[in-house]
Each structure stands twice: as structure tokens, then as C-alpha cells.
Ligand binder design. Sequence first.
Ligand SMILES: Nc1ncnc2c1ncn2[C@@H]1O[C@H](COP(=O)(O)OP(=O)(O)OP(=O)(O)O)[C@@H](O)[C@H]1O
Ligand SMILES: [Mg+2]
Length: 250
Amino acid sequence: MATHTRGLTETTSVRTRGLTRSFEGRAVLDGLDLEVEPGEFVVLLGRSGSGKSTLLRALAGLDDGVAGSGEIDVPEQISVVFQDSRLLPWQRVLTNVVLGLRGGGARTKGREALAEVGLAGRERAWPGRLSGGEQQRVALARSLVREPQLLLADEPFGALDALTRIRMHGLLRALHERHRPAIVLVTHDVDEAVVLADRVLVLDAGRIGTELRIDIEAPRDPSDPRFAAIRTELLAALGVGGPRSDEEAA
Ligand SMILES: Nc1ncnc2c1ncn2[C@@H]1O[C@H](COP(=O)(O)OP(=O)(O)OP(=O)(O)O)[C@@H](O)[C@H]1O
Ligand SMILES: [Mg+2]
């Protein structure tokens, strides 16, 4: 039996027990146990096809119809951000941000969230007129405005150029500092993981294979020897040799 329960808890933000998900009889997640603390920033690495998106969809409760078992406990308020911003092209930016939001003052909250991601004044723009990075910032504003206890992000910066990505890292860290949701973010980029995470997990053979806590103070410098040591360890866990071959991990 698979259970997915919302409404957790003061001491934990995510808890899975024995989580299994299978496609065509093949277990992609295979008895996976995971705990995330409130406010913790967890980054999930793993080879392509290792089940990262499958895990995120399961946590989000977006995998109806997928065969599986195990327990999932997550908080009530969850936001999800994907690699593409998934904005509605026929709605203006602010409307996209507040779409489906209930309660008074939604548009005011939406404006505040847009200001937080550096897009004050762009409320009436059409999504198609924004750059990829701006669209992802709108997607972040849309998730923020829901005041999530848990933010799930599947390669949210995967389609952005390197410089925009670095800016987005700074922005996401600042938003995390201010709002303190628990975050589970999937990426292929080992340096992104080390820049962002309190804890990095490597998914392997359907479970958490490697787990590293990152205790380097921010802002983290990729040329710091501690950073390099963690990078090497993570690349080894991903089955990639050599300290600077991040691209091969993708
Ligand atoms: N709806 C589906 N039907 C059949 N197989 C699926 C389905 N979704 C995922 N899979 C399979 O499950 C495995 C894990 O897929 P998943 O998308 O979770 O991997 P991933 O780690 O996110 O990979 P990537 O890094 O390439 O995004 C893959 O082998 C994939 O083919
Ligand atoms: Mg994926």
C-alpha cells in the first residue's frame, strides 16, 4: 500500500519510508528512506534515469497511477518549480503569479513576490517577452506567494546560461534565508549542489546512496579546497572520475 499524507509536522518536513515506484515492473525507487528538516536545503543528484524526477513527483503527490508502495509524509503547503517556467502565455506576469490563489490581497502579495525576485514593474508583461531567467524568476515568485513549507524544484536552472544560473543561485539562497521553506532541489550540476545545499544526496539504485553535509560558510567559493574536495567526492559517487569533469555528470 502506498500512502501520501499532508499535514506534517513541526520536527520534519519530509519523511519517506520504504518508498518504491516502478515502471513496467522495474523498480526505479526501491525502498527509499528520506528525512528533511524544516528549513533545510537538500540537493538531490543522481545519474540520468536514476529516479530524481520520479522522487520529486512522488513527494509532490503528482504521480497518480504509478505503481508503488511505501509512506510519504509532507507538509500542507507545497510548491513545485520545474525546468521550464510553465507560465500561461496568454496571461500577464502578475496574473500568472497569483493564479488560483485564494483570499484577499492576492495581487498585493503577488506584487511583493515579484519585487522580491527583482521584477517590480514587470507585472503587466507577457511571459513570452521575458528572458528565460526572468521567466524562472516569475516561477519562483509564483511558488513563494503560496508561502510553501516545502519547495520542490526539478532542475529549475537547467535551461539557463551559466551567468544567469549564478545569479539565480544568489537569489534562491536569499529567498531561502528570508522564508526558510524546506527545499528539495534536483540538479545535474555538482557545483550548483555544493553552492546551494545544506546537505547533498546522491540517488543510486533506487535509494539514497551518498549523503554529504556541507558546512562551508556562504558565499561558497568553487576554488576553496573544501569545495573541491566535496566536488571530487560527489563526482566519484556519480561514477565520474576527475575533479573538473562536471559536464560528464550531466
Ligand atoms: N511515466 C513513465 N513511464 C515509464 N517509465 C518511466 C516513466 N517515468 C519515468 N520512467 C523511467 O523511470 C526512470 C527514472 O526516470 P526519472 O525521470 O525519474 O529520472 P531522472 O533521474 O529524473 O533522470 P534525468 O536526470 O534524465 O531527468 C527512467 O528509466 C525512466 O525511463
Ligand atoms: Mg529528471
